[in-house]
Design a protein around this ligand. Structure first.
Ligand SMILES: Cc1cc2nc3c(=O)[nH]c(=O)nc-3n(C[C@H](O)[C@H](O)[C@H](O)COP(=O)(O)OP(=O)(O)OC[C@H]3O[C@@H](n4cnc5c(N)ncnc54)[C@H](O)[C@@H]3O)c2cc1C
Length: 412
């Protein structure tokens, strides 16, 4: 094949697209605006904690097949660790109850028949309601297909879909929730084992991907922000960066793997999602109590998921738009109050860091779902990638990687 491929953006979508070309006899260049790769999925050295942390705690599920393919291809599958069988620990901060949700490995969900494996206070019959979600019509909100009240909702479906959609499930798109369900829990416990990057996201995804791509002669340019695209006769004719213009030859292709608002500003007439939801992460430099679960779902608290790393306790709060304007000190105090109760740690608040991502992901509502464009564009040599394109999944690592693969395949 001839012609160079220009990939704009070195987030997971752009890196995944590049991986697909790595073994092709084709010149590939990645142009990234930031001084580093990874976009919304990376690690950095945090000087107030004195350690390297992730921009946000990221959870994979073992059913995320594209993400696991990506990791295998770059040789770092072992960086993501989790239990051999699906298991999720929960704590209800109001009642003090704790439980472990333990779906069985296979697709026939006999776990709901065993009170010790399901949510306490629920009956097996309660779980049948979820089937309506799987068959909800396109464009329906979750609340039209699922009873968004009651113990099972509060203790299972709400935390599960809130984390997956980063959108209050009541306003979330049923199709996106159903897609997650189909690829994970509905396949059985072996497809929903929780996996976390033991040494951080950059060590698992980014550094090995860059090494792999460089070994395949993919060129990677940092601090190279695309400022404009010149279109001519229905195709991209040149790419305007701050310090240079690159002419795009007739046989060259461009993959635009930047966030939705950036893509919308660069491509005339492009319709993209317009509303976003925040994520707040809190990190506390303290050794977790011995035997504390690696991931704890917290019900009836400000915090939603508590991650226990060897050197810190980290919290994720999804769809955190109601908290984003609070001061960092106030957030740290509130979050630590929940963490201290959940862990029964009695000491004063340790060194902390609060990371607010205001536009963490697009809002996974039925309205925004309609605004997600396909990879192919109206321009013959321009393809889109990114978690906001029409992947059929919410904005996740899995969606971003699949979008990159799809964009590359559209060209290949
Ligand atoms: C706090 C947080 C927690 C999350 N938790 C999870 C989780 O637990 N599980 C999960 O699956 N997903 C999670 N996600 C979602 C996941 O991180 C994203 O879906 C994924 O990283 C998006 O990748 P992307 O490549 O589509 O976009 P991005 O990561 O945004 O990459 C776009 C890249 O384009 C670059 N760029 C922008 N403008 C230009 C320009 N003009 N020229 C050149 N380059 C440009 C950017 O610098 C960036 O590197 C989370 C996200 C956040 C923010």
């Amino acid at each position: 094949m001839t012609g160079k491929v220009h990939i704009i953006g070195a987030g997971l979508a752009g890196l995944a697209a590049a991986l697909r070309f790595a073994d092709e006899a084709r010149a590939v260049a990645i142009h990234e605006a930031a001084p580093q790769a990874g976009g919304r999925c990376r690690s950095y050295f945090d000087s107030s904690l004195g350690m390297t942390i992730d921009n946000g705690n990221h959870l994979l599920l073992s059913g995320n097949r594209a993400a696991l393919d990506f990791l295998r291809e770059i040789g770092s599958e072992a960086e993501f660790v989790g239990p051999g069988s699906a298991e999720f620990s929960f704590l209800d901060l109001t009642s003090g109850e704790t439980w472990r949700l333990r779906p069985n490995d296979g697709p026939i969900p006999w776990w709901i028949l065993q009170s010790g494996r399901r949510v306490p206070g629920t009956r097996a019959a309660d779980y049948l309601d979820i089937l309506r979600l799987l068959f909800a019509p396109q464009g329906a909100p979750i609340k039209a297909a699922l009873n968004c009240r009651g113990l099972l909702y509060e203790r299972l479906w709400r935390p599960f879909f809130l984390a997956a959609l980063n959108t209050a499930p009541e306003e979330g798109a049923a199709s996106l929730a159903a897609a997650i369900l189909r690829e994970t829990l509905a396949k059985g416990g072996q497809a929903c084992r929780p996996l976390v990057a033991l040494n951080g996201l950059s060590s698992a995804f980014i550094a090995p991907a860059l090494r792999h791509l460089e070994s395949k002669n993919v060129q990677i340019f940092f601090e190279r922000r695309l400022l404009g695209i010149k279109f001519d006769a229905g195709r991209v004719a040149s790419l305007d960066f701050a310090d240079e213009r690159i002419e795009v030859a007739a046989e060259d292709k461009v993959i635009l793997a930047v966030p939705a608002p950036v893509a919308a500003s660069l491509v005339p007439g492009l319709i993209t999602p317009q509303s976003f939801r925040a994520i707040v992460n809190g990190h506390f430099k303290i050794t977790p109590p011995a035997g504390f679960p690696p991931i704890l779902g917290v019900i009836n608290g400000t915090i939603e998921w508590l991650f226990a790393f060897p050197d810190r306790l980290s919290v994720t709060i999804s769809a955190a738009d109601g908290l984003i304007d609070l001061s960092r000190d106030e957030l740290a105090r509130r979050i630590w109050s929940d963490v201290a109760r959940a862990t029964q740690i009695a000491q004063p608040m340790p060194a902390w860091q609060i990371i607010k991502e205001k536009r963490a992901t697009f809002a996974a509502t039925a309205e925004e779902e309609l605004r997600r464009p396909k990879a192919q564009t109206a321009f013959s040599n321009l393809v889109l990638a990114g978690d906001w394109t029409a992947t059929g999944l919410p904005a996740t690592i899995e969606g971003a990687i699949r979008s990159g693969f799809t964009a590359a395949e559209a060209i290949l």
